[in-house]
Design a protein around this ligand. Structure first.
Ligand code: URA
Length: 175
């Protein structure tokens, strides 16, 4: 599937991308973190969350006793949207089957959706992040929780206490 993604031309993002970002981490993990789409640093490196937001994500997961090697991280979109704009419905529609396949292979015990775009795409709703947080959702039989995207925490430090509450709660969902 990884080479299929590398060669994917299903949506127009393939025309502007430098390279695809498939996902990385522990393929047997209980924890699957899903965010929106690769940014500039991720597109250059070919891995998710390697920039500033990635460093904060590393700190967050470390603070709840996990490492990057313990989790798997993927994005809804495997290509970077120009100027990091929000994914278009058509791009999500074309790319989502890859993510669904990844979820079926990894079989996580918990999906952590990072940010509103990831959460509303997976849950197929149009709710605010506030409405989706602190609830154990059900993604085709897999528990799913939604919390802030690390980039949002970098933009607004005031969100950090609420994010910390989320992660303490999330940590205890898997024993
Ligand atoms: N933001 C995302 O949504 N995904 C990444 O991989 C990096 C930043």
């Amino acid at each position: 599937m990884e080479s299929e993604v590398k060669n994917c031309t299903k949506c127009s993002l393939h025309k502007s991308r430098r390279q695809t970002v498939f996902g990385c981490g522990n393929k047997d993990s209980d924890w699957l973190f899903i965010a929106e789409a690769p940014g500039k640093d991720e597109e250059l490196k070919g891995d998710p969350f390697v920039g500033r937001a990635g460093r904060l994500l590393n700190e967050i997961i470390f603070s709840i006793g996990l490492n990057r090697e313990d989790i798997y991280i993927a994005n809804i979109l495997k290509c970077r949207p120009p100027n990091n704009r929000d994914p278009l419905a058509e791009e999500v529609h074309k790319c989502e089957p890859y993510l669904i396949h990844q979820i079926n292979l990894i079989k996580p015990k918990l999906i952590v959706a990072l940010g509103r775009v990831a959460a509303k795409t997976l849950l197929n709703n149009d709710l605010s992040l506030k409405e989706m947080r602190s609830v154990k959702h059900n993604y085709y039989g897999i528990p799913l929780v939604a919390t802030y995207h690390p980039a949002a925490l970098l933009r607004n430090q005031n969100l950090k206490p609420a994010a910390w509450d989320d992660f303490k709660w999330i940590r205890n969902l898997i024993i």
